[in-house]
Design a protein around this ligand. Sequence first.
Ligand SMILES: [Zn+2]
Length: 243
Amino acid sequence: MLIDKLWELQELQLDYRQKERLLQELDISSSLSHKIDETQEQLAALRGQLETFRVDEAKISEKLDDLSAKVHEAGAKLGKEEMSEDKVQKLEEKMKKLTLEKEKVEDAQGKNFHDRQDVEDQIRASELLAEKLRKELESIPQSDEASRATVKKSLPTLRKEIENRKSKLPLKAKLIFESLSEKFSGAPVAKAVSSTCDYCHVRLSQKTLFGLRNAEGSGGDAEELIRCEICGKILYAGTKDRE
Ligand SMILES: [Zn+2]
């Protein structure tokens, strides 16, 4: 019967759509994996920078301690020893120099601190991003390249099969099937189960039920399609219901 052919056609159509969707998801999945790798590389670079800052910070601290000790030492000498004016002047100049140097080192320490915080912020942001990407990736079905290629390869054949079957349909049925396919995401046929449309779950009218029975009774390739009065889908009584 024509309706059986339409039902099979719908199965093929839905299979095609599902495979297309799978391929799209695999594309997203591979681009996500790529982004995760990039983020990991960035993280490694940032952690390297952070390590450099830590090493620098230790050196700076050491230098500061050293300078502080020298300034203190010079100050102690000035306070204690009896010395010539000339010597005092020299010592004072030395202290001035040391103090200036100490200020410079302190500035460097401040800059190191801020730069390091900046890198730490970037690391936190990258870690959050990587985490988010990983969760996104987990929510997508995984598949290897081989099965992806198999699915991709099967699509043109499936497409051809669908077109071939469609071309053999009576024109009117073909047009209805195609326009309803567009409207209902590739599923223009609904099963009639227990006198109810399986799509909109509305009880079918006596007239529609009569039409369905009549179409079965006539057997062969009756071209009259019975449609749900509510949603408009083509109704299929199903093989089981007929037996
Ligand atoms: Zn319906």
